[in-house]
Every structure is written in C-alpha cells, then in structure tokens.
Design a protein around this ligand. Structure first.
Ligand SMILES: [Zn+2]
Ligand SMILES: [Zn+2]
Length: 364
C-alpha cells in the first residue's frame, strides 16, 4: 500500500519549493524504505533550483540525509528495520569491476540507480521525479539498498547526514590524494565541502592550509578546523601570486570546491608545476568548459576531478560516520542552522547570501 508523505517539491527554476503531500510506493526488490531524520541543504541543490542543471519536474530534490530503515523489500538481506542509515549518492553493488577495484568509487550501476526516472513517488497518479533517484527533502524515501550505508547508532542524525555529501567529498578527496605532513594545501571555496577539505588536510598534518573565499566570515570557522592562511580574492591582485609567496613553488595539493571555470584556472596556476595536483571537486554548470595554458602542465602538474571524495557507499562511509561519532571528525561546528521542512526556502535564501555554513532540516 502506498503511504502518504510530506515533501518539498521543485516545480521549476527560481520558484520556491512547495510543501506537498505525495504518495510513496512500497519498497520493491532490492529497495528499502527510510524514515529521514535529517537532510542537508547542499550547493548542488541550489544549482538546480537556480536552473544551472537540467532536472525534470515536478521533482523532490535533496541528496544528503540520514535516517532509520522502516521497511525492506524482497531480496534485501544486509539491512533491517531499525538500522541507522545514510543513503549515498553513488551505489556500491559490490560485484561490478569498479566496485572490485580500489581505484575508483564509481559503481557501474550508477546510471541505473541515479537516472532521473528512478522514482517511487507520485501525486494523484502523476509520477514525481527525484534528484538522482533520491529525494531527501521528504520525511520518507524509497531507495536501492546498495546505496544505503548502515552507520553507527552513536552518531547524531545531523552529523551522519552531513558526512554523506559535504563530509565525504571534502575529507575523502584529501585522503584519496595522499595529503601528508609535507603538503602545502590550497582550498578554493570554503563552503560545506571546502571546509571539510581544510579539516581533512589538518587531520593529515599538512603544514600549510590556505583558504580562498570572497566571504571573510568563513575565515573564523575555517581556522577552527586548521586553516593557516586566508586569502580574500577581492582584496589581492593575484591569488596565485599570493599562494606562490606563501608556498614558494605553489600548492602541492589544490582543491577547487566552487565549480567555476575561472576559479579552476586560478587553482591550476597556483599548483606546484612539478608534482602538484589540482583536484576539481566543485560542480560546474552543465556545459561549461575549462581552458588553461597547456605549458602549465608540461613539467608534471596534474589536474583531475573526483566525485564524492572517492568514497564508496557501503564500505567507505560507515567509518567516516564512526570517526564523527567518536569525536575525531568535527561536523557539529559546521552545522550553522537547523530548520523544519517548511522553512526550506529560507535555508536556501541564507545559502545564497553566504549566511550559513551548513543548514540541516530536521524531521520529528
Ligand atoms: Zn551535495
Ligand atoms: Zn558496482
């Protein structure tokens, strides 16, 4: 029997999300029903709301969440009612060549699982779409079990939720690229992801961690996490030159966490010419292209992307949530606002104005 749920529905770019009652199907084979306890507002959601990324409508957005399993469909053996769980953007089927490899976290089931048609939601018989087969701006969600990590019950839901996107993407990216005590790190954009790059770099013992952000208000929280230098690009002539002055030969590891091609160029320029690595984490508007002088790469510098910090859903995420539960990773200081679902538009308004670090919607 389909159940009634409450969700924030997206009807088109630059329109407020509306709180509506929808019908949610029972979990099918290989699926679970999750009661969502916390969901985070991420910049990727804002990109869609602002129309920078195509999304069929009407749709339920949201992809950062934590909750409790309330029902499992047929053929689900590793999750049961009452489990504390964190749904993840990527599946981990465990059997495809990529899941068997330690070199990537991109399960080859990604297309099947995250297609915009995957939805168990409807309203008066009309199908309601979801963002990447999730849709966490709702009090319940049906999702494929191989995208759901069972996590520690000692972690708060809001912290576990934040781990699943901002936390995993930021800290995971640092760990994937072997930041060590000699590392000179530059982080472009101190939002929900960038702050976790700072945190990850500090945990790895990096000697220099430079943050670049146009919002001076980000400096204080970033310093609390281990930032050693702060640059406001609006107040200096050249960010790359400033970073060269601090690091002498450039950042050994730079991370672009904004998704702006102009900032990517700058991040590449500020990276050590011989063995530096520039990692692009920010999600750029669809169709955008990157140009950069080829000569900059000829001495050995590498540039690449990474999705969700290289973290795997079921075999990687639970340990990060446990680190948080044990107090070794700090997400609490990054959660600046806690709202109810019907205040979600206010949450995005604050994000747009740079007034929040992470806003989490809490459900009863
Ligand atoms: Zn996200
Ligand atoms: Zn797989």
């Amino acid at each position: 029997m389909p159940m009634k749920i409450k969700a924030a529905v997206f009807h088109g770019p630059n329109q407020p999300l509306t709180i509506e009652t929808l019908e949610l199907d029972d979990p099918g084979p290989g699926e679970v029903l999750v009661k969502i306890k916390a969901t985070g507002l991420c910049h990727t959601d804002l990109h869609i709301i602002e129309g920078h990324q195509p999304q069929p409508v009407p749709a339920v957005l949201g992809h950062e969440s934590a909750g409790v399993v309330v029902a499992v469909g047929p053929d689900v053996s590793d999750l049961r009612e009452g489990d504390h769980v964190v749904p993840f953007l990527l599946p981990e089927c465990g059997v495809c060549p990529n899941c068997q490899s330690g070199k990537t976290n991109i399960c080859l089931k990604i297309g099947e699982r995250t297609g915009t048609d995957f939805s168990r939601l409807s309203r008066n018989g009309q199908r309601i779409h979801t963002f990447v087969g999730m849709g966490t701006f709702a009090d319940h969600m049906v999702i494929a079990a191989d995208r759901v990590a069972k996590v520690s019950e000692h972690a708060s839901f809001e912290g576990a939720c934040y781990a699943s996107c901002g936390g995993a993407t930021g800290i995971g990216s640092v760990r994937r690229h072997d930041v060590d005590r000699e590392a000179l790190v530059a982080v472009f954009g101190l939002g929900g992801v960038g702050l976790n790059v700072v945190q990850g770099a500090a945990l790895a013992g990096a000697q220099v961690i430079i943050g670049v952000d146009t919002n001076d208000a980000k400096e204080a929280v970033a310093r609390k996490l281990g930032l050693t230098h702060f640059i406001n690009p609006d107040k200096v002539e050249s960010v790359a030159a400033e970073i060269m002055a601090i690091t002498v030969m450039g950042a050994t590891h730079s991370f672009e966490c904004i998704g702006a091609p102009a900032v990517m160029r700058e991040a590449i320029a500020a990276t050590n010419a011989f063995y530096g690595r520039c990692t692009i984490i920010g999600v750029a508007p669809s169709g955008s292209e990157l140009t950069t002088p080829v000569q900059q790469l000829s001495m050995g510098k590498t540039v690449g992307g990474l999705l969700m910090g290289g973290v795997k859903a079921r075999s990687g995420l639970p340990s990060l949530v446990s680190e948080y539960a044990e107090g070794r990773v700090n997400f609490d200081d990054l959660i600046s606002h806690r709202l109810k679902l019907d205040e979600i538009n206010e949450g995005f308004a604050m994000m747009k104005q740079g007034l929040s670090t992470r806003t989490v919607i809490l459900f009863d």
